[in-house]
Design a protein. Structure first.
Length: 115
């Protein structure tokens, strides 16, 4: 009889709403801790404890939170700066209308090649 504190790969995939193959790759890479039970090829299977699942969820949520925080910081920094390219001021977050900017770049590039 199986312990209710352990989940098999398919059960965990359903709980996490993740494809079984994706979860299997995560296990093989070591992204989520689990144990291989059984012997041979037929009966081998992954099992996970509640602690394994909790650790995985904490780590993925922490990474996602850090990513969002970093992205917000980067956007705030970029909003304060602009670059100069061939005498034109270029904002990193608020580009000019594409057609005008592209035509200006093409004209300046053609002038440089003709000289």
């Amino acid at each position: 009889m199986r312990s209710p504190e352990r989940l098999r790969l398919g059960e965990l995939a359903r709980v996490l709403e993740m494809d079984r193959e994706t979860l299997n790759r995560n296990c093989e890479r070591g992204d989520i801790t689990g144990r291989i039970k059984g012997v041979g090829r037929v009966k081998r299977h992954w099992v996970f404890t509640i602690a394994d699942v909790a650790k995985y969820l904490r780590s993925t949520h922490a990474v996602e939170a850090h990513r969002k925080e970093s992205l917000e910081y980067l956007r705030a920094e970029l909003a304060q700066h602009s670059l100069e390219y061939k005498g034109m001021r270029v904002s990193l977050l608020k580009p000019r209308r594409k057609s005008k900017a592209v035509s200006n770049l093409k004209k300046s590039d053609q002038g440089a090649h003709e000289s």
